[in-house]
Design a protein around this ligand. Structure first.
Ligand code: PMT
Length: 222
């Protein structure tokens, strides 16, 4: 039985891949399965936190005892997160959020026509960056999914998005990142590397990440 280091804390976690609609039957998404985010939600719950899981596309069954808010797009996810933000103690953004969405969403199914078609995309809101700007007492944890140069890009994201911690995973590495049940993560703060963890189950990685967060947030929230 774990010590309830997050008792009385509200922890909000985002999981899964956002879905950006092209028309009623087509969409743009990514390979996120939601496993990492759901593992974090279960681990936070074991540590005694009051957990809200904001889930985009995922096949993982929702844990029966957790509050789960279902969303589709990056815009939906932003709204859902904003609704939980004011009294949130720790926010963890494990979701893979689309960086671009179709500029227009067709009301009816787009018909096949010429040999080529062009789909215009526009930037989505960067949820983490927006929250990082309005952060007061919240402890903000971002993820960085990279394919090479993970450390450099993760540190850059941490600074740009004003996170307290960033969890880097090299998603090109076998057994790490999207879809699988395992991950190899490194956790950074403003001063650099906090901990580089070996390959382990997403459940174990989640617990290690939350142990770090619980220790730090306890200090920050006093
Ligand atoms: O779901 P799984 O199959 O278990 O896979 C886990 C995972 C690989 C998806 C996960 O470990 C992970 O790395 N999640 C973050 C994926 C991602 O979008 O990374 P990024 O480097 O593109 O974004 C950096 C951070 O900004 C992330 O915390 C992301 O949630 C956030 N972001 C990104 C874009 C955007 N428009 N808004 C955001 O908030």
């Amino acid at each position: 039985e774990k010590e309830k280091t997050l008792a009385g804390r509200k922890v909000v976690i985002t999981a899964g891949g956002t879905v950006e609609r092209i028309d009623p039957v087509r969409y743009i998404t990514n390979d996120s399965s939601g496993k990492m985010g759901f593992a974090l939600a279960r681990a936070a719950s074991r540590l005694g936190a009051e957990v809200t899981l904001i889930a985009a596309k995922t096949d993982v069954p929702p844990p029966p005892d957790l509050k789960v808010v279902r969303v589709q797009s990056a815009a939906d996810m932003y709204e859902a997160v904003l609704g939980e933000w004011a009294d949130c103690d720790i926010l963890i953004k494990a979701a893979a959020v689309a960086d671009y969405r179709p500029a227009e969403r067709a009301e009816t199914k787009i018909k096949k026509a010429g040999e080529r078609m062009t789909l215009e995309l526009v930037k989505t809101i960067d949820i983490l960056e927006t929250l990082g700007r309005s952060k007061t007492t919240q402890f903000l944890i971002g993820f960085a999914a990279e394919t090479g140069n993970a450390e450099e890009y993760a540190k850059d994201k941490l600074a740009r998005k004003n996170c307290d911690l960033i969890v880097a995973n090299d998603v090109a590495e076998p057994g790490a990142g999207f879809g699988v049940d395992t991950n190899r993560v490194s956790v950074y703060d403003r001063n650099g590397l906090v901990e580089s963890l070996p390959l382990m189950s997403k459940d174990d990685a989640a617990e290690r990440i939350l142990d770090i967060a619980a220790r730090r947030a306890a200090g920050a929230l006093l």
